[in-house]
Design a protein around this ligand. Structure first.
Ligand code: NAD
Length: 433
């Protein structure tokens, strides 16, 4: 049993929280750990940081291929820009709502502050199932989003990137619409995560997943380790690819939308081959040899592993299933995959948990690299990008581990405390007027 953090108590843990409740819970906990005074100015900064600077909610009309028009709810949350322009992804998912984008924008504020990159926190979303849209419908929607939120976005104001349900192609369409609206001025820095052929950065596609494995490798030699990956989209698949190439055995993959469940193979999957099959929609062909087992998700989570990469979505490890887990390390590739309750129980059980705000910061770090490359019109080799990312993450993880040890707090509290101190300081320095 680990020592309980001495200065921050686990009180009033929300049992089945929304992502926003979880983020604000961790934030309040960090405030408690920082022992800030109760004077008026501190109180007002605290209240300010618990709420976003603004949330814009607008309707988008999307013309479908059959001529009908549907109305979709779309959002952009701008949480804080004390340390730099608002920055954050665009999510397309049926579950998107105001609270979700606010929570994700707040996470971006803390992630960027912790990563020491000059960005603040933003996040956008559209409540839609992208898998039910044709390619042309997706293009119309991407361009409509840019048109609808044009007034609040900008390369020196608020910059978009891919998130769940969006990708480089969607970024390219939004860049195109922005260019048209700017009377053909070419301003690639309006979005990051673009295709490499269209001002994107080499290494951006891989960055978040690779970053998860760089983070795990900071704490352990991952060769020959058994790895399970939950969520096999951009983040999960690239984490699996790097783990495989470093000699780990990726024994389990969980993704109900790809494999109708979870798949397990004691000897480890050939991840590059699987990746190719997923990319080319030849999944069924790949699995023709049936050299694996299909298991219910919770049963696979119970299979012994050294590292579990949670790269699906929020709240997937919670008070109902945390007890099934049989792993030594959890890397939070997704945003908020563990509820605070599950986090506390697993932490007390001795599992090393690398929190989302550091584990998945590879994405926004290389987005920052892409933004710099766009502004300077000077493009880097993939090796340069990934080496810089690896070095930056190692430095941040070292600083974080030392801080957590010094303050005797768990790693997530340390993340929020470091980030809060930086944002708090910036706000104080700027004065009240
Ligand atoms: P994605 O849409 O490419 O992939 C998500 C995958 O998760 C899909 O294959 C989906 O089928 C699967 N999935 C959904 N629900 C699941 C569940 N309950 N169990 C298992 N699998 C499930 O999205 P992504 O870009 O890989 O993002 C995944 C997570 O990582 C999100 O939380 C996102 O906010 C976070 N994130 C992404 C980036 C990035 O650069 N893409 C950066 C930082 C954080």
């Amino acid at each position: 049993m680990k020592e309980e953090p001495i200065r921050i108590k686990w009180t009033d843990i929300p049992q089945t929280p929304s992502l926003l409740q979880s983020v604000n819970y961790y934030l309040q906990k960090a405030f408690a750990g920082l022992d800030y005074s109760e004077e008026q100015s501190t109180q007002s900064i605290r209240e300010r940081l618990l709420e976003p600077d603004s949330v814009i909610e607008r309707k988008i009309s999307l013309q479908m291929d059959d001529g009908t028009v549907i109305a979709l709810k779309a959002f952009r949350a701008q949480h804080n820009n004390d340390l730099g322009i608002y920055k954050g992804g665009l999510r397309w998912d049926t579950g998107v709502d105001r609270d979700e984008v606010v929570a994700l924008s707040s996470l971006m504020t803390w992630k960027c502050a912790l990563a020491n990159i000059p960005f603040g926190g933003g996040k956008g979303g559209i409540a839609v199932n992208p898998n039910k849209l044709s390619r042309l419908e997706r293009e119309r929607l991407a361009k409509a989003y840019m048109r609808t939120f044009y007034d609040v976005l900008g390369p020196e104001k608020d910059v978009l990137a891919p998130d769940m349900g969006t990708n480089a192609e969607i970024m390219a369409w939004m860049f195109k619409r922005y260019t048209e609206m700017k009377e053909d001025s070419i301003i690639p820095a309006i979005v990051t995560g673009k295709p490499v052929e269209l001002f994107g950065s080499k290494g951006r596609k891989e960055a978040t997943g690779y970053g998860c494995i760089y983070a795990a490798s900071y704490f352990t030699d991952i060769s020959l380790k058994k790895v399970v990956v939950q969520g096999c989209g951009n983040v999960g698949m690239h984490a699996a690819l790097l783990a495989y190439s470093l000699g780990a055995k990726v024994v389990g993959l969980i993704d109900p939308f790809l494999f109708q469940g979870a798949i397990y193979k004691e000897a480890g999957f050939n991840i590059p081959k699987l990746h190719k099959a997923v990319d080319e929609y030849k999944i069924a062909e790949f699995f023709e040899d049936k050299d694996f087992r299909i298991l219910p998700t919770d049963e696979l989570l119970g299979m012994p592993s050294d590292i579990l990469v949670c790269a699906a979505r929020e709240n997937v490890i919670n008070m109902h299933n945390w007890g099934n887990l049989n792993t030594k390390m959890i890397v939070e590739g997704a945003n908020g995959p563990l509820t605070p309750y599950a986090y506390k129980e697993l932490y007390n059980a001795g599992v090393l948990i690398i929190p989302d705000v550091i584990a998945n910061s590879g994405g926004v770090t290389v987005s920052y690299f892409e933004w710099i490359q766009n502004l300077n019109q000077d493009y880097w080799e993939e090796e340069t990008v990934l080496n810089r990312l690896k070095k930056k993450m190692a430095k941040n993880l070292k600083n974080l581990s030392e801080y957590a040890a010094e303050k005797k707090v768990d790693m997530r509290s340390a993340c929020y405390m470091i980030a809060l101190e930086r944002v708090y300081k910036a706000r104080q320095l700027m004065g009240a007027q």
